[in-house]
Design a protein around this ligand. Sequence first.
Ligand SMILES: [Ca+2]
Ligand SMILES: [Ca+2]
Ligand SMILES: [Zn+2]
Length: 432
Amino acid sequence: MKKSILFLTALVIFKISIAQVQRCASTEAMQEIAKTDAHYFNRVNHVFEQAQQYAAQKSANRDADDTVYHIRCVFHVVYASNKPEENIPDSVIFSQIQILNEDYRRMNADAVKTRSVFLPVAADTKIQFELATEDPDGNPTTGITRKTGSGGVLGFNPFQDNVKSTTSGGQNPWPTDRYLNIWVCNMFLGVLGYAYPPSNAPNWPANSSVDSARQGVVLHYQCVGRNFSNPIDATVAGGRSATHEIGHYLGLRHIWGDTTGCNKVDGDGIADTPKHADAHQQTCDTADNSCVDAPFDFPDMIENYMDYSDDRCLNMFTEGQKNLMRAMLQTSRRGIAYTTIETAIPSTASHFSMFSVSPNPATDLLRVEVQLPIAETTCNLEIYDVSGRQLFSDKFSGSTTFIPVSNLCNGTYFLGAKSASKYQIIKFVVNR
Ligand SMILES: [Ca+2]
Ligand SMILES: [Ca+2]
Ligand SMILES: [Zn+2]
């Protein structure tokens, strides 16, 4: 969060000259609020720390893992009267809701591309999205409002937040403590989106923060949904700007923590995301490893939705990010979602009824036990190192086998078992 305005300006110009689009202006928009609200960052940090503690107290406070949050969304489409293309069709908004549900429930088709090294922390957040069916007065609604407005020749300005008020050419929000408001408009300087993190501590009265009427997400109309006929850029055509911005809205920070370089304890305040030196600007390089993590060095998690990578290589949130977002839904963002209890438990549905390794730590031989489903006769066992390199692969017909690990150096490894219907990973250590 410590970044000079001067540096930010330079960064924005650099991004625009290279990539033509700026993935997200959330940090810069927050800096703008801080100019007139001296305690803004303190408040944001305080709320973030409270949510971290809340999420950490799993047994006492964390909701049961089978609770599903359903967030009520309202899309406000604000378009210039002479630019009908800005008035995006319902079908594009429907596809955006679908993308959000796929990404947050880890049902995205490209979840299979998450590198093995990150599978143990890849999360189904159990957060879902739907268009509101009741407006603030209790009347039926489509959850979409449309309005001709104007943010001026260049589009709406993220640093003035003018799309969020009718008096400045935009559309007023629905009550921000009951709905996730998502404004869709043309935006200044190719900014794709921005959102503010929660800044109202749960023990404060509702709407006590000066910015309560500004809570929500703003998206450039050309990065909404899937298969949009006129995307602003191929790297952002997957509808994942919304996934990223709603991550901010639910309290997540950029994975590199908005501080460049590796000389930081943990950029984003999330324990299971590796340290990143900086954003990956619409790139997709799995060879990147910008900082050394301790005690084990992970590659950069370029597939995390809170990076700036190409939409086509984003595919995961982590367990730590999930817990933080769910903590916010129980505290600062309480009220925007209703909950249901999921009877099936998908996160373990793909697990074997029994899968174990011993001894752990191992020295020479790893004893593996797998209970295959009744209708299946074989599975594949695979060992990966922490950078995702496959070191071993063999077919196995169960239930007990021994894998030699005497050729492996001391360190952490992952053993994966894959059958026709099951997939599970166990972390093990070699230490001799
Ligand atoms: Ca981290
Ligand atoms: Ca690393
Ligand atoms: Zn962002």
